[in-house]
Design a binder for this molecule. Structure first.
Ligand SMILES: [Zn+2]
Length: 173
């Protein structure tokens, strides 16, 4: 689990108040490094329109995009602003995440039956997306040619609960 961020202090609140009020009411753009792009969409309203994901990090103390976005929402609450999500673009260090609209809702499993379930979903800040590579490698068992070719080059959400359970059972045997 990621460590939660400290509550915004008075200085943070003041900073947000002046920064956000200085944005143009008509789509003024605020880029928050490591989180994404917010646009002013109303008098006291921001929308998260781009998510900038960092690569999945094994360091448990690393704050996720979601932690930071959540922190911004708490901050907004403090000064009577609201924040919604209207994500048009999501990218990581390698570039834009590839999540084709027509594939959203698609669910697939690893052909090696390792327990991995892959889902194509709309980008949200609370998830981690993994790219299915040219070798159709499974993000869990790492075998090649076990993922359906339709997912090649697409970023998916990996549900690894089945895989974790299987691994646990094998270790116990
Ligand atoms: Zn697998």
């Amino acid at each position: 689990m990621a460590v939660s961020m400290p509550n915004p202090n008075e200085e943070d609140v003041e900073w947000a108040y002046y920064l956000w009020n200085s944005l143009s009411r008509d789509g003024g753009k605020w880029i928050l490094p490591g989180v994404g792009v917010y646009r002013r969409t109303g008098d006291k309203k921001l929308s998260l329109t781009e998510i900038h994901f960092a690569k999945p990090n094994k360091n448990e103390f690393e704050q996720s995009v979601f932690d930071r976005h959540h922190w911004i929402m708490v901050l907004a609450d403090n000064i009577g602003w609201t924040i919604d999500e209207a994500v048009e673009l999501a990218k990581d260090e390698d570039g834009q995440l590839n999540i084709p609209d027509e594939m959203i809702g698609h669910v697939s499993i690893c052909n090696a039956r390792c327990g991995a379930i892959l889902r194509v979903e709309e980008p949200v800040p609370s998830e981690i997306y993994e790219l299915i590579d040219e070798e159709l490698r499974c993000p869990c068992c790492q075998q090649e040619q076990v993922i359906e070719p339709a997912l090649k080059g697409i970023h998916v959400i990996v549900d690894d609960r089945g895989w974790q359970l299987k691994k646990q059972r094998q270790e116990e045997e």
